[in-house]
Write a protein that binds this ligand. Structure first.
Ligand code: MN
Length: 398
């Protein structure tokens, strides 16, 4: 088994290791021995392998948001193998403008963690996750892939679906669908089709140009007059422009179900200004990566809703964020990056297991056939339904 010293040393030689170097001065790594071996009664199951692969898929349509345009996904797949032959799968899906990671830093981070992971007892998944966070605190998508694979393997070993392990509140959830920054006519056409498919909430991206943004929102309303509209500015507006925009939208008789991240992620005062001057619910997305960020949102009173994404916060810390939001009487949203059905499946299990999510934005970008693993929750728009398969529900590689 890898020692803590070896883990640190190895971490120092890759891109992902930069984060390690920045925290080591404070000796922030917890003492792993303090956590291990506490679980009397549960038979230890060793992790015998960790495999890392890039996942590259060309998008059918470019995905345009205020932060940039995506034409491909360059994600990564992690496979954790247990001594009893069980395999757990995890995906990392970076968007560099959002979490500062790309495929290279993710592969570097994952490779840095490998020696530390192999040899661990899967029962200690939480202490493993804490240790990884203490070193690779900035590499959330990479850590998310590991947590996902650990929890998939762990719940397969327990022979229960992950959503049951997380609380089992429900086994079916309803998602919205996102129309990205596209020309007005295209937005209207998409809205008509989405309403016909059964979607009840349409999310759209704004934050580039106030007039075009307004036209697009109006076109979506015209195409799908009975659908709720959720608006996401991805930090694209100033506080005053955000307010002007939302007032224009209201003037046209549209009352959005939510206005997400109107201003820069660090401008909580600006976000509070928007929130204080409109009745439309304000959502914090990029402003919340950690549980401490969630506390800051609560403390400043700048949002009504927190949008959890596993790629920002990983799985275990997302549980803390959900608890903070619930305790502070904030509403919960779940979102995703551009992920295959593997990453989405984990978010679906999380949402269904924890329960209480008012806004669910887990629309698949690809056909299930393009996911590196086969199986998973069933998607019949706008619903995801989780079966009784253990873990995330994937049977193996495609
Ligand atoms: Mn968002």
């Amino acid at each position: 088994m890898s020692t803590r010293r070896a883990f640190i040393k190895k971490g120092g030689i890759t891109a992902g290791g930069l984060a390690t170097a920045t925290v080591l001065g404070g000796s922030m790594l917890p003492d792993r021995d303090r956590y291990s071996g506490r679980l009397g009664g549960l038979k230890g199951i060793r992790i015998t392998g960790m495999f890392i692969e890039p996942v590259n898929i060309k998008l059918d349509e470019p995905f345009h948001i205020s932060l940039g345009v995506m034409t491909h996904i360059n994600n990564a797949l992690v496979t954790i193998v247990l001594e009893n032959g069980i395999e757990g799968y995890g995906e990392a899906a970076p968007i560099i403008q959002i979490n500062g990671e790309n495929q290279e830093t993710i592969l570097g981070t994952l490779n840095s963690c490998k020696e530390f992971i192999v040899g661990q007892d899967i029962n200690n998944y939480r202490s493993v996750a804490y240790t990884l966070k203490s070193s690779f605190w900035a590499q959330s998508a990479a850590r998310c892939a590991i947590e996902m694979a650990l929890l998939d393997a762990y719940t397969k070993a327990l022979d229960i679906p992950l959503y049951r392990f997380l609380g089992g509140m429900e086994n079916r959830i309803e998602t919205d669908y996102t129309i990205s920054i596209v020309p007005t006519e295209e937005a209207k056409k998409q809205a008509i089709n989405l309403a016909a498919e059964g979607f009840r909430v349409i999310k759209t991206k704004v934050g580039v140009n106030l007039t075009d943004d307004l036209d697009r929102v109006l076109a979506i309303r015209d195409g799908a007059p009975d659908c709720g509209i959720l608006i996401d500015a991805n930090q694209g507006y100033s506080p005053k422009t955000a307010l002007r925009f939302i007032n224009e939208v209201l003037k046209h008789g549209i009352h959005p179900v939510l206005f997400e991240q109107p201003v820069l992620k660090t401008d909580l005062a600006g976000m509070k200004f928007v929130r204080d001057n409109t009745e439309v619910l304000i959502g914090a997305d990029e402003s919340v990566f950690t549980a401490a960020d969630a506390i800051e949102v609560v403390r400043t009173g700048c949002a009504d809703v927190i949008n959890i994404k596993l790629m920002k916060s990983c799985i275990i810390e997302s549980l803390d964020i959900a608890a903070i939001a619930r305790s502070a009487n904030l509403k919960l949203m779940i979102g995703c990056m551009v992920e295959t059905n593997l990453g989405l499946a984990c978010a679906v299990h999380f949402t269904a297991g924890v329960g209480g999510f008012d806004f669910i934005d887990l629309d698949p970008s690809f056909d299930a056939a393009r996911c590196p693993v086969k199986g998973g929750p069933d998607y019949a728009p706008p619903y995801w339904t989780i079966g009784q398969g253990s873990g995330l529900g994937f049977g193996g590689r495609q």
